[in-house]
Design a binder for this molecule. Structure first.
Ligand code: FES
Ligand code: FE
Length: 385
Protein backbone atom coordinates (compact mmCIF):
# COMPACT_ATOMS: atom_id res chain seq x y z
CA UNK A 1 0.00 0.00 0.00
CA UNK A 2 1.44 3.40 -0.87
CA UNK A 3 1.38 6.22 1.61
CA UNK A 4 -0.92 8.13 -0.78
CA UNK A 5 -3.50 5.39 -0.46
CA UNK A 6 -3.83 5.69 3.30
CA UNK A 7 -7.37 6.61 4.27
CA UNK A 8 -7.37 10.01 5.99
CA UNK A 9 -9.38 8.89 8.99
CA UNK A 10 -7.19 5.90 9.61
CA UNK A 11 -5.58 7.15 12.80
CA UNK A 12 -8.93 7.52 14.44
CA UNK A 13 -9.79 3.88 13.83
CA UNK A 14 -6.49 2.12 14.07
CA UNK A 15 -7.17 -0.06 17.05
CA UNK A 16 -9.08 -3.25 16.64
CA UNK A 17 -11.32 -2.61 19.61
CA UNK A 18 -13.44 0.39 20.47
CA UNK A 19 -11.48 2.70 22.80
CA UNK A 20 -12.84 3.76 26.21
CA UNK A 21 -13.70 7.50 26.20
CA UNK A 22 -10.59 8.50 28.17
CA UNK A 23 -8.24 7.17 25.49
CA UNK A 24 -7.63 8.23 21.92
CA UNK A 25 -5.40 6.47 19.44
CA UNK A 26 -2.01 7.52 18.11
CA UNK A 27 -0.80 7.26 14.54
CA UNK A 28 -0.08 3.72 13.34
CA UNK A 29 3.50 2.53 13.75
CA UNK A 30 4.48 2.82 10.11
CA UNK A 31 4.12 6.62 10.25
CA UNK A 32 7.38 6.50 12.17
CA UNK A 33 9.24 4.00 10.01
CA UNK A 34 8.02 4.13 6.42
CA UNK A 35 10.42 6.07 4.21
CA UNK A 36 7.57 6.75 1.77
CA UNK A 37 5.65 8.58 4.48
CA UNK A 38 8.86 10.39 5.42
CA UNK A 39 9.26 11.46 1.77
CA UNK A 40 5.74 12.89 1.85
CA UNK A 41 6.60 14.76 5.04
CA UNK A 42 9.71 16.19 3.41
CA UNK A 43 7.63 17.52 0.56
CA UNK A 44 4.51 18.64 2.38
CA UNK A 45 5.94 19.69 5.71
CA UNK A 46 9.63 20.61 5.63
CA UNK A 47 9.78 21.88 2.04
CA UNK A 48 6.50 23.74 2.40
CA UNK A 49 6.60 25.33 5.85
CA UNK A 50 8.93 27.91 7.39
CA UNK A 51 12.06 26.09 8.56
CA UNK A 52 14.34 27.64 11.17
CA UNK A 53 17.75 27.17 9.55
CA UNK A 54 20.57 29.18 11.10
CA UNK A 55 21.33 31.46 14.05
CA UNK A 56 21.89 34.80 12.30
CA UNK A 57 24.97 35.64 14.37
CA UNK A 58 26.71 32.50 13.07
CA UNK A 59 27.00 34.31 9.75
CA UNK A 60 28.62 37.44 11.12
CA UNK A 61 30.31 38.96 8.09
CA UNK A 62 29.76 39.04 4.32
CA UNK A 63 30.80 35.73 2.77
CA UNK A 64 30.04 33.62 5.84
CA UNK A 65 27.85 30.70 4.81
CA UNK A 66 26.19 27.59 6.08
CA UNK A 67 24.55 24.70 4.24
CA UNK A 68 21.37 23.30 5.69
CA UNK A 69 19.50 20.18 4.61
CA UNK A 70 15.79 21.04 4.35
CA UNK A 71 13.64 18.19 3.17
CA UNK A 72 15.39 16.84 0.09
CA UNK A 73 17.18 20.11 -0.68
CA UNK A 74 20.53 21.53 0.33
CA UNK A 75 20.08 25.23 1.07
CA UNK A 76 22.99 27.68 1.13
CA UNK A 77 22.46 30.54 3.58
CA UNK A 78 25.02 33.34 3.44
CA UNK A 79 25.59 36.94 4.43
CA UNK A 80 25.68 39.19 1.39
CA UNK A 81 27.74 42.34 0.89
CA UNK A 82 24.82 44.59 1.88
CA UNK A 83 24.88 42.93 5.31
CA UNK A 84 21.62 41.00 4.82
CA UNK A 85 21.19 37.25 4.80
CA UNK A 86 20.28 35.40 1.59
CA UNK A 87 19.34 31.80 0.92
CA UNK A 88 19.74 29.83 -2.31
CA UNK A 89 19.38 26.28 -3.50
CA UNK A 90 22.91 24.93 -3.33
CA UNK A 91 22.87 23.75 -6.95
CA UNK A 92 24.87 25.11 -9.86
CA UNK A 93 22.66 26.41 -12.67
CA UNK A 94 25.01 24.99 -15.31
CA UNK A 95 24.88 21.22 -14.97
CA UNK A 96 23.56 20.84 -11.46
CA UNK A 97 26.69 20.18 -9.43
CA UNK A 98 26.45 20.83 -5.71
CA UNK A 99 27.94 24.30 -5.56
CA UNK A 100 29.22 24.40 -2.03
CA UNK A 101 30.30 21.13 -0.48
CA UNK A 102 31.49 22.37 2.90
CA UNK A 103 28.94 22.49 5.69
CA UNK A 104 29.95 25.99 6.70
CA UNK A 105 32.73 28.46 6.13
CA UNK A 106 33.53 31.79 4.61
CA UNK A 107 34.26 32.95 1.06
CA UNK A 108 35.78 36.28 0.02
CA UNK A 109 33.25 37.53 -2.48
CA UNK A 110 31.82 34.66 -4.52
CA UNK A 111 30.96 30.97 -4.73
CA UNK A 112 32.70 29.10 -7.51
CA UNK A 113 31.39 25.79 -8.78
CA UNK A 114 34.14 23.15 -8.57
CA UNK A 115 33.05 21.56 -11.90
CA UNK A 116 33.36 24.19 -14.71
CA UNK A 117 33.94 27.26 -12.54
CA UNK A 118 30.66 29.13 -12.92
CA UNK A 119 30.97 31.81 -10.27
CA UNK A 120 28.15 33.45 -8.32
CA UNK A 121 28.14 36.61 -6.21
CA UNK A 122 26.91 36.61 -2.62
CA UNK A 123 23.61 37.93 -4.00
CA UNK A 124 23.32 34.79 -6.17
CA UNK A 125 23.98 36.53 -9.48
CA UNK A 126 26.15 34.76 -12.05
CA UNK A 127 29.27 36.92 -12.21
CA UNK A 128 31.71 34.85 -14.20
CA UNK A 129 32.10 31.64 -16.16
CA UNK A 130 34.68 30.48 -18.69
CA UNK A 131 33.80 32.03 -22.11
CA UNK A 132 30.85 33.93 -20.62
CA UNK A 133 32.13 37.30 -21.83
CA UNK A 134 31.66 36.23 -25.43
CA UNK A 135 27.98 35.33 -24.82
CA UNK A 136 26.10 38.59 -24.25
CA UNK A 137 22.78 36.80 -24.62
CA UNK A 138 23.14 35.17 -21.18
CA UNK A 139 21.27 37.11 -18.52
CA UNK A 140 23.31 36.90 -15.34
CA UNK A 141 20.37 37.25 -13.03
CA UNK A 142 18.31 34.74 -14.96
CA UNK A 143 21.16 32.23 -14.66
CA UNK A 144 21.90 33.12 -11.07
CA UNK A 145 21.25 30.81 -8.14
CA UNK A 146 17.67 29.95 -7.27
CA UNK A 147 16.67 32.17 -4.39
CA UNK A 148 14.87 30.78 -1.35
CA UNK A 149 12.58 32.96 0.82
CA UNK A 150 14.17 34.05 4.08
CA UNK A 151 12.91 35.88 7.17
CA UNK A 152 14.81 36.76 10.32
CA UNK A 153 13.07 36.55 13.67
CA UNK A 154 14.21 35.83 17.24
CA UNK A 155 17.81 36.00 16.01
CA UNK A 156 17.37 33.10 13.57
CA UNK A 157 17.05 32.86 9.79
CA UNK A 158 13.88 31.02 8.79
CA UNK A 159 13.67 29.85 5.19
CA UNK A 160 10.85 28.64 3.03
CA UNK A 161 11.22 26.56 -0.11
CA UNK A 162 7.70 27.09 -1.44
CA UNK A 163 7.21 29.28 -4.52
CA UNK A 164 4.46 31.10 -2.59
CA UNK A 165 5.39 30.89 1.10
CA UNK A 166 2.65 30.67 3.69
CA UNK A 167 2.24 33.66 5.99
CA UNK A 168 5.15 33.88 8.44
CA UNK A 169 2.94 35.95 10.74
CA UNK A 170 0.25 33.27 10.85
CA UNK A 171 2.38 30.14 10.93
CA UNK A 172 5.43 31.08 12.97
CA UNK A 173 4.47 34.15 15.00
CA UNK A 174 0.94 32.76 15.31
CA UNK A 175 2.23 29.62 17.05
CA UNK A 176 3.87 31.81 19.70
CA UNK A 177 0.75 33.96 20.14
CA UNK A 178 -1.42 30.87 20.44
CA UNK A 179 0.74 29.58 23.28
CA UNK A 180 1.76 32.77 25.13
CA UNK A 181 -1.31 34.90 24.43
CA UNK A 182 0.61 37.66 22.64
CA UNK A 183 3.90 38.36 20.88
CA UNK A 184 5.16 40.83 23.48
CA UNK A 185 5.55 37.94 25.90
CA UNK A 186 8.40 36.49 23.81
CA UNK A 187 9.75 39.89 22.76
CA UNK A 188 10.51 40.57 26.43
CA UNK A 189 13.33 38.01 26.21
CA UNK A 190 14.91 39.91 23.25
CA UNK A 191 16.10 36.70 21.66
CA UNK A 192 17.81 38.50 18.79
CA UNK A 193 20.08 40.25 21.30
CA UNK A 194 21.11 37.09 23.12
CA UNK A 195 24.27 35.13 22.41
CA UNK A 196 24.98 31.43 22.25
CA UNK A 197 26.50 30.36 25.55
CA UNK A 198 26.50 26.70 24.58
CA UNK A 199 25.36 24.60 21.65
CA UNK A 200 24.92 20.85 21.85
CA UNK A 201 23.98 18.75 18.82
CA UNK A 202 22.19 15.46 19.42
CA UNK A 203 22.01 12.68 16.86
CA UNK A 204 18.72 11.03 17.79
CA UNK A 205 17.86 7.64 16.33
CA UNK A 206 14.17 8.36 16.28
CA UNK A 207 11.50 9.78 14.00
CA UNK A 208 11.01 13.55 14.34
CA UNK A 209 7.37 13.10 15.38
CA UNK A 210 8.34 11.05 18.44
CA UNK A 211 10.48 14.01 19.51
CA UNK A 212 7.66 16.53 18.97
CA UNK A 213 5.09 14.33 20.70
CA UNK A 214 7.41 13.88 23.65
CA UNK A 215 7.97 17.61 23.89
CA UNK A 216 4.22 18.22 23.83
CA UNK A 217 3.41 16.17 26.92
CA UNK A 218 4.54 16.03 30.50
CA UNK A 219 2.99 12.68 31.41
CA UNK A 220 6.57 11.34 31.32
CA UNK A 221 8.06 14.11 33.46
CA UNK A 222 7.65 12.43 36.83
CA UNK A 223 9.16 9.18 35.50
CA UNK A 224 12.19 10.38 33.58
CA UNK A 225 12.92 13.99 34.62
CA UNK A 226 13.73 13.98 38.36
CA UNK A 227 15.85 17.15 38.13
CA UNK A 228 13.27 19.09 36.09
CA UNK A 229 10.34 18.19 38.34
CA UNK A 230 12.42 19.27 41.32
CA UNK A 231 12.72 22.75 39.77
CA UNK A 232 9.15 22.80 38.37
CA UNK A 233 7.05 20.80 40.86
CA UNK A 234 3.81 21.27 38.88
CA UNK A 235 5.33 19.13 36.11
CA UNK A 236 5.20 16.13 38.40
CA UNK A 237 1.42 15.65 38.06
CA UNK A 238 1.72 14.76 34.39
CA UNK A 239 -0.62 17.43 33.08
CA UNK A 240 1.14 19.71 30.64
CA UNK A 241 0.04 22.79 32.52
CA UNK A 242 2.44 24.71 30.34
CA UNK A 243 -0.02 24.44 27.50
CA UNK A 244 -2.72 26.64 29.00
CA UNK A 245 -2.54 29.91 27.08
CA UNK A 246 -0.13 32.28 28.75
CA UNK A 247 0.65 29.97 31.65
CA UNK A 248 4.23 29.40 32.74
CA UNK A 249 5.21 26.67 35.19
CA UNK A 250 6.35 28.22 38.45
CA UNK A 251 9.69 27.39 40.07
CA UNK A 252 9.44 25.50 43.38
CA UNK A 253 9.54 27.71 46.48
CA UNK A 254 13.03 26.50 47.46
CA UNK A 255 14.42 26.95 43.92
CA UNK A 256 16.66 29.93 43.18
CA UNK A 257 17.33 29.43 39.49
CA UNK A 258 16.75 27.20 36.47
CA UNK A 259 19.87 25.15 37.16
CA UNK A 260 20.65 21.50 37.68
CA UNK A 261 20.50 21.81 41.47
CA UNK A 262 18.13 24.78 41.76
CA UNK A 263 21.01 27.04 42.78
CA UNK A 264 21.25 30.67 41.63
CA UNK A 265 21.07 31.42 37.93
CA UNK A 266 22.00 34.79 36.42
CA UNK A 267 20.21 38.14 36.67
CA UNK A 268 16.91 38.04 34.85
CA UNK A 269 17.11 39.24 31.26
CA UNK A 270 16.31 42.92 30.67
CA UNK A 271 12.71 43.11 29.58
CA UNK A 272 11.46 39.96 31.30
CA UNK A 273 8.33 41.07 33.14
CA UNK A 274 7.68 40.57 36.86
CA UNK A 275 4.99 37.99 36.13
CA UNK A 276 7.43 36.06 33.90
CA UNK A 277 10.06 35.87 36.62
CA UNK A 278 10.52 32.46 38.26
CA UNK A 279 8.53 30.81 35.50
CA UNK A 280 9.20 28.45 32.61
CA UNK A 281 7.34 28.71 29.30
CA UNK A 282 7.58 26.16 26.49
CA UNK A 283 6.50 26.86 22.93
CA UNK A 284 6.36 24.47 19.97
CA UNK A 285 6.61 26.09 16.55
CA UNK A 286 5.75 23.44 13.99
CA UNK A 287 7.34 21.65 12.39
CA UNK A 288 10.80 21.72 13.99
CA UNK A 289 11.31 24.35 16.73
CA UNK A 290 10.91 24.26 20.51
CA UNK A 291 11.53 27.38 22.55
CA UNK A 292 12.00 27.26 26.33
CA UNK A 293 11.92 30.58 28.16
CA UNK A 294 13.27 31.05 31.68
CA UNK A 295 14.10 34.37 33.36
CA UNK A 296 17.85 34.38 32.74
CA UNK A 297 18.24 32.38 29.50
CA UNK A 298 16.48 30.77 26.56
CA UNK A 299 16.88 27.21 25.31
CA UNK A 300 16.16 26.96 21.60
CA UNK A 301 15.84 23.55 19.88
CA UNK A 302 15.79 22.95 16.15
CA UNK A 303 15.23 19.55 14.57
CA UNK A 304 16.72 18.46 11.26
CA UNK A 305 14.93 15.27 10.25
CA UNK A 306 17.30 13.15 8.10
CA UNK A 307 15.32 9.95 7.64
CA UNK A 308 12.30 8.16 9.08
CA UNK A 309 14.39 6.98 12.02
CA UNK A 310 17.04 9.65 12.47
CA UNK A 311 16.81 13.31 13.53
CA UNK A 312 19.56 15.77 14.35
CA UNK A 313 18.59 18.16 17.14
CA UNK A 314 20.62 21.32 17.57
CA UNK A 315 20.07 22.98 20.93
CA UNK A 316 21.26 26.50 21.73
CA UNK A 317 21.49 27.92 25.25
CA UNK A 318 21.17 31.69 24.79
CA UNK A 319 22.32 34.19 27.43
CA UNK A 320 22.72 37.95 27.65
CA UNK A 321 25.79 39.43 25.95
CA UNK A 322 27.11 40.40 29.39
CA UNK A 323 26.94 36.84 30.73
CA UNK A 324 28.67 35.41 27.65
CA UNK A 325 31.31 38.18 27.52
CA UNK A 326 32.10 37.84 31.23
CA UNK A 327 32.92 34.16 30.79
CA UNK A 328 30.71 33.30 33.77
CA UNK A 329 30.12 29.59 34.20
CA UNK A 330 26.92 28.55 32.41
CA UNK A 331 27.39 24.85 33.05
CA UNK A 332 24.87 24.51 35.89
CA UNK A 333 22.07 25.96 33.79
CA UNK A 334 23.17 24.08 30.65
CA UNK A 335 23.31 20.83 32.59
CA UNK A 336 19.63 20.96 33.59
CA UNK A 337 18.20 20.99 30.07
CA UNK A 338 21.03 18.90 28.65
CA UNK A 339 20.00 16.19 31.06
CA UNK A 340 16.34 16.68 30.13
CA UNK A 341 17.32 16.36 26.45
CA UNK A 342 19.24 13.16 27.06
CA UNK A 343 16.36 11.71 29.07
CA UNK A 344 13.84 12.68 26.38
CA UNK A 345 15.90 11.44 23.45
CA UNK A 346 16.66 8.16 25.17
CA UNK A 347 12.90 7.67 25.62
CA UNK A 348 12.29 8.47 21.93
CA UNK A 349 15.02 6.01 20.92
CA UNK A 350 13.43 3.39 23.12
CA UNK A 351 10.14 3.84 21.26
CA UNK A 352 11.57 3.90 17.74
CA UNK A 353 12.20 0.12 17.33
CA UNK A 354 8.72 -0.52 18.75
CA UNK A 355 7.19 1.44 15.87
CA UNK A 356 8.18 -1.49 13.63
CA UNK A 357 6.66 -4.12 15.89
CA UNK A 358 3.41 -5.85 15.03
CA UNK A 359 2.36 -4.82 18.55
CA UNK A 360 2.25 -1.21 17.35
CA UNK A 361 0.95 -1.74 13.81
CA UNK A 362 -2.36 -0.20 14.87
CA UNK A 363 -0.68 2.41 17.05
CA UNK A 364 -0.92 3.06 20.77
CA UNK A 365 -3.13 5.24 22.93
CA UNK A 366 -3.05 8.74 24.38
CA UNK A 367 -4.03 9.45 27.98
CA UNK A 368 -6.20 12.50 28.74
CA UNK A 369 -3.12 14.58 29.59
CA UNK A 370 -1.80 13.74 26.10
CA UNK A 371 -4.99 14.23 24.09
CA UNK A 372 -3.71 17.47 22.54
CA UNK A 373 -1.16 15.31 20.68
CA UNK A 374 -4.15 13.97 18.73
CA UNK A 375 -4.56 17.46 17.27
CA UNK A 376 -0.93 17.29 16.05
CA UNK A 377 -1.73 13.97 14.34
CA UNK A 378 -4.82 15.41 12.68
CA UNK A 379 -2.78 18.41 11.53
CA UNK A 380 -0.10 16.13 10.07
CA UNK A 381 -2.58 13.91 8.26
CA UNK A 382 -4.28 16.95 6.75
CA UNK A 383 -0.95 18.21 5.46
CA UNK A 384 -0.12 14.83 3.92
CA UNK A 385 -3.59 14.36 2.43
FE1 FES B 1 28.71 24.03 -12.12
FE2 FES B 1 29.31 23.23 -14.55
S1 FES B 1 28.08 22.25 -13.09
S2 FES B 1 29.97 24.99 -13.54
FE1 FE C 1 10.58 15.50 28.58
Amino acid sequence: MTAEALPAAEAASNTATELPPSLISTLPGRYYTDERIFAQEQEKVFESMWFCAVRSSELAKPGDFKNVQIGRESVLVNRARDGGLRAFLNICRHRGARLCTEESGSVKRSFQCPYHAWTYGLDGKLIAAPNLASMPDIDRTEYGLNAVHLREWLGYAWVNLAAEPPSFETDVMGAVTERLGNLEAIEHYQLDELEIGRRITYDVKANWKLIIENFMECYHCATIHPELTEVLPEFADGYAAQYFVGHGAEFGSDINGFTIDGSDGFEKLDGVAEDQDRRYYAVTIRPQVFVNLVPDHVIFHRMYPLSADRTIVECDWLYSKEVVASGRDVSRSVELFHRVNEQDFEACERCQPGMNSRAYAGGGVLMPSEHHIGEFHTWLQRRLA
